[in-house]
Design a binder for this molecule. Structure first.
Ligand SMILES: Cc1cc2nc3c(=O)[nH]c(=O)nc-3n(C[C@H](O)[C@H](O)[C@H](O)COP(=O)(O)O)c2cc1C
Length: 250
């Protein structure tokens, strides 16, 4: 292997090598969220202020976190799912004047270039299928009740068993123009850095409610984008993570 291919990305995104960003050219900024899919059911999640799942020490969560690939068959509650979504992409405030969101995770330039999709297998009160988190209103939209979706997702994740057995698999899609509007080609660095923060929050939030996570970086990009109906580079799958209750120790 040569380093050239990989470093070409770093080289091409150094300041002297990037284009003038659209923001500087006076172009309008893109919305902070994709439009709501018309005619699909919306599901209210327990609101963040109502979530009461106790307090777990941050240090303990960091020290005890391990990637987990074997899960208990127990379903997550809707409150637990709400908690995980809140701590990974929750919108704390919307600055209406600047039309930007402040969330529970940092993001370069406050651009928040992600949409969260969920392949749900075991969440009490939710039918299995594909959902999207509407972060601005803290709701879910049910996109697809296809019970075979998760099997197809497992295939595009190169057959990794933890996708098949997860209670829920998080699929983070990048909408690069949100960040590229401000940073042009350099934004591609930030997409991947931002995604790391999101998944780490998922790891720690999961640890605090007796769940475990396995990050998924090994997947067929084209297969994943086709399965989700994305049209890269406009939108593409950037990262995934499986999650479930910890298997009991006995
Ligand atoms: C960016 C990234 C991608 C990963 N992709 C996968 C994956 O596709 N499959 C998998 O089983 N583990 C994956 N992992 C989990 C790592 O294998 C795991 O973090 C590592 O073995 C260290 O173990 P620990 O998380 O328990 O500390 C990924 C982790 C990261 C950070």
């Amino acid at each position: 292997m040569s380093d050239e291919k990989g470093y070409a990305f770093v080289e091409s995104t150094k300041y002297p090598n990037i284009s003038e960003p659209d923001q500087k050219l006076g172009k309008p900024q893109p919305p902070y969220e994709i439009p709501l899919e018309e005619g699909l059911p919306l599901i209210n999640l327990p609101m963040p202020g109502e979530i009461d799942l106790g307090k777990y020490g941050l240090r303990q969560a960091i020290e005890e976190r391990r990637s987990l690939r074997h899960y208990n068959k127990e379903a997550l509650t809707l409150e637990e799912l709400s908690y995980l979504l809140w701590l990974t992409q929750g919108v704390v405030t919307i600055n209406k004047k600047r039309a930007v969101t402040l969330r529970t995770v940092p993001s370069a330039g406050c651009r928040h270039p992600f949409e969260t999709y969920l392949s749900i297998n075991r969440v009490a009160g939710l039918e299995p299928g594909l959902y999207r988190f509407v972060a601005s209103t803290h709701q879910l939209v049910l996109l697809n009740k296809d019970e075979t979706f998760n099997t197809k997702l497992t295939e595009v994740c190169l057959g990794q068993r933890q996708v098949a057995t997860s209670a829920v698999t998080f699929i983070w899609a990048a909408v690069p123009y949100r960040t590229a509007w401000r940073y042009s080609e350099r934004s591609y660095r930030y997409l991947y850095l931002d995604a790391g923060h999101v998944c780490q929050n998922l790891h720690l939030a999961a640890e605090s409610i007796n769940c475990g996570v396995c990050a998924i970086g090994a997947y067929d990009d084209d297969g994943a984008d086709t399965l989700l109906g994305f049209n890269p580079p406009e939108t593409f799958v950037i990262y995934m993570a499986t999650l479930g209750k910890k298997a009991s120790k006995d």
